[in-house]
Ligand binder design. Sequence first.
Ligand code: ZN
Length: 308
Amino acid sequence: MNEEWFRALPFGEQRRLFASGLLALPFWLKTTLNKEAEIAVPDFNCLITYSHQSIPTAMFEEILRAGFEPLTLREIVAHNRGEEIIPADINHVLFTFDDGFATQGVRLERYLQGLNSQRQTAGLKPVRPIVFVSLGFGQPQIPRLDLTRVDGNTPSFQDGSTNKYLTLTEILHLVRSNEVDIQSHGLTHSSLAAIPAQQARLEVVESRRRLDMVYGLVGVPHDLSVFAYPYGQISEQDLVAATYDLAFGTKETINSLLQTHRQRFNMPRVPDWSYLSNQTVRNFILTANQRQKEPDVGRPRFGWRRMW
Ligand SMILES: [Zn+2]
């Protein structure tokens, strides 16, 4: 209860009536409000980009030069769990890659090793992107596929085109390299909105299980999992929320302030320079820097406060 506001109520009797009125609220409404209160977390400034085959190194470097601090997935999850708070008064960036194209293997790894060794010398935080992979491995229909029985040369995904996707061996190598976070993009890159519920369930739940198995095979501790909706089509949010810590959509608009409390299962992402004009991204940087200079911006903003 906000006590100041409560004391401002004029008369004792009315105050008592009001309090009993609150208590008479249906329990489900109180439960909902309390649930909201418990998960309320401050917002923070973060640009999240997504890329496909190409690695837009010029864009990455321009954003980093503009002073954006790279965030890791672990930090965002910890923030959402209320374990640590991401400062709201600086601009952050998180780079993500979709679909597990072969270019997101050794080529990305080498680029990051070079970039991060320079950053380390300069005393800067390393850049750690997320690579969202479809984990079908040619057998998307098998609910408990044993990855130890899958040939290492099997691509994580195939779409009948000439596109090359990361193989199981390459994915295991990437996890070992510890330069990126590998996460789930379903099994067959199907829009969850366009397939039967049973199949959507398999896409969400089985891809999570296979992801855990990938980390298990490498022996890397793995206690957080996130999902990127294929085609950015948000669907089956309850199932996704029950299975993952966070989920990422796509959004063609620039939104610098993440309302992480409300958008945990629909985190907005901005396409990279192959899709947006350079000018759009530059405008974003300018706007974000402008916000940073305004005295009121950057304060933590909270969702519902606990009322009782
Ligand atoms: Zn995709």
